[in-house]
Design a protein around this ligand. Structure first.
Ligand SMILES: C[S@@+](CC[C@H](N)C(=O)[O-])C[C@H]1O[C@@H](n2cnc3c(N)ncnc32)[C@H](O)[C@@H]1O
Length: 212
């Protein structure tokens, strides 16, 4: 399975954040050690009651640019992810993977046995409960290097894209193409409520719903 042959046209080429590490000589109070210090805001997993299942919200007001949490999961190669996705489907489970694709541009196209994903199906943290919102989500995922010599293994950290009010749901744009049946994320009709929603009027789902 080739999950990514080339960067799609809408692909965001993000810059890495490289946090200070053991070779820097600074200590844990250094201002360039944020993600590695862990979650510092009060987060709550809550039932959305909006058809999206569980979600994550902040109990504190957060300024723009605040670190919220990482997306934690098992590190799998894309080959392993594909095998697991098939196995999960056969067992009626859903896989929650994130592709670690920040190698784009630096090393060309990675083979599936080299390209990595984070899968939170069995092991994860609160990041696993963050629901999708099309385009105007209040979080963005940024690749962060923590104690790693290259761009291959990295942490995926969520930062706020704007000021977020206390008790507001935290969302990120999964970047999914609602027309692509082959992607490993479980298909869903989007209920994000954004005026820019690209999954709500999904023609394939409308056709399916009409056929029911
Ligand atoms: C990573 S999980 C997020 C947590 C999930 N809501 C739960 O209860 O465990 C992704 C799943 O949440 C649901 N979801 C996330 N965003 C959604 C949205 N905008 N509209 C509808 N369902 C959504 C979908 O079922 C999706 O497969």
């Amino acid at each position: 399975m080739k999950l990514h042959q080339k960067p799609c046209r809408g692909h965001l080429a993000r810059k890495f954040i490289k946090e200070c590490w053991s070779k820097c000589g600074c200590n844990m109070q250094c201002g360039n050690r944020v993600v590695q210090r862990g979650i510092t805001c009060n987060l709550q997993v809550f039932f959305t009651g909006e058809g999206k299942g569980w979600g994550l919200r902040t109990l504190d007001e957060l300024p723009k640019g605040a670190f919220v949490c990482e997306y934690v999961g098992e590190v799998l190669t894309n080959t392993e992810l594909h095998e697991r996705t098939v196995e999960n489907m056969n067992n009626g489970r859903h896989t929650y993977p994130v592709l670690l694709d920040a190698d784009w541009g630096s090393e060309g196209v990675l083979k599936d046995e080299e390209a990595l994903s984070l899968d939170s199906t069995f092991y994860g943290n609160v990041g696993r409960f963050i629901n999708h919102r099309c385009y105007d989500a209040n979080l963005v995922e940024i690749p962060v290097e923590v104690e790693t010599p290259d761009h291959h293994y990295y942490h995926l950290a969520f930062f706020t894209t704007k000021k977020v009010e206390a008790f507001e749901e935290l969302t990120w744009d999964y970047g999914i193409d609602f027309d692509d049946d082959k992607q490993p994320v479980k298909a869903f009709t989007c209920l994000c409520g954004s005026r820019y929603c690209r999954g709500r009027r999904h023609p394939r789902k409308r056709g399916k719903a009409a056929a029911k």
